[in-house]
Design a protein around this ligand. Structure first.
Ligand SMILES: Nc1nc2c(ncn2[C@@H]2O[C@H](COP(=O)(O)OP(=O)(O)OP(=O)(O)O)[C@@H](O)[C@H]2O)c(=O)[nH]1
Length: 252
């Protein structure tokens, strides 16, 4: 039985996520604290979340990842879909399954947005305990992923770390690389800012390859993790080296 297979009638699409209310609230988790300074901060959050389509599936709010091509039901694809469906961990966004027509993947939706959104939003104050707990969540999720049959992520970056309603960080966008990659690459314009930006988390030894394996490597994931740790520490985006350091090729 294909436990991962989802029928279109089971997916109830919704246009936008819920709004957060309250002018100032603090949320606690494992001795750490995040302070959301104003309602505006959360409105900004909601705007950023429109990038991912959401739906209800069996009473769960899910993120929908549309694929531009058909799921070819080869032995290896079927095996990986089953592996993905069977993978359960507190720090990995759950894979609910795939729909054949229209072709899409259904993944656990985390309402607080991505780690990148949170770090870029200076209305949100993060104390050090909270920052450490975010790093720790990534370590736990990645360590489980590396020990699983999926073996590596290949696209770990701060926008692929999402935060749930209890402020637990979960890693998303892993596995099924063969299915996702074409759709993702096709939707990015070559030589655009987005095209180059996604490579900021890619390890140099992979960048040197003529064709980067979509599933990456475990060592490559460790490099990506280090970039994320730097982002969490500086809150200035990847590769920030201080006010007066310009890494641009045109910088003096
Ligand atoms: N709020 C929220 N945002 C999510 C969730 N999953 C993904 N996103 C965001 O939705 C946006 C689009 O995600 P994707 O379709 O995976 O694409 P991408 O991350 O831009 O591209 P790749 O990582 O290269 O696949 C990104 O900014 C993600 O951070 C989620 O569960 N909750």
């Amino acid at each position: 039985m294909k436990s991962w297979k989802i029928e279109p009638r089971e997916i109830h699409r919704i246009s936008s996520g819920g709004k957060f209310r309250g002018s100032m609230h603090s949320l606690y988790r494992r001795n750490s604290q995040i302070t959301v300074v104003s309602d505006d901060a959360m409105s900004l959050y909601d705007c950023r979340q429109q990038f991912i389509q959401t739906a209800m599936y069996k009473g769960n709010k899910v993120a929908i990842k549309n694929l531009n091509r058909k799921i070819e039901q080869t032995r290896s694809t079927l095996l990986e879909l089953k592996r993905m469906k069977d993978l359960h961990h507190d720090h990995l966004a759950r894979f609910y399954g795939a729909c054949i027509e229209p072709t899409c993947l259904l993944i656990e939706f985390c309402p607080k947005g991505s780690l990148q959104d949170i770090l870029e939003n200076d209305q949100i104050k993060l104390d050090w305990m909270f920052r450490y707990s975010l790093m720790h969540d990534i370590v736990k999720g990645m360590s489980y992923l590396h020990g699983s049959e999926i073996r590596s992520h290949g696209g770990l970056k701060s926008s692929n770390c999402v935060v749930d309603s209890r402020f637990v960080l979960k890693i998303t966008d892993f596995g099924l690389r063969g299915l996702r990659n074409d759709s993702e690459i096709l939707s990015i314009e070559p030589d655009s800012y987005a095209y180059w930006r996604r490579l900021l988390w890619t390890a140099p030894e992979l960048l040197r390859m003529s064709s980067i394996p979509p599933e990456g490597t475990q060592k490559g994931d460790v490099f990506s993790f280090a970039i994320i740790v730097h982002e969490i520490v500086t809150r200035q985006g990847p590769f920030y080296l201080g006010e007066n350091v310009n890494l641009s090729p045109h910088g003096k």
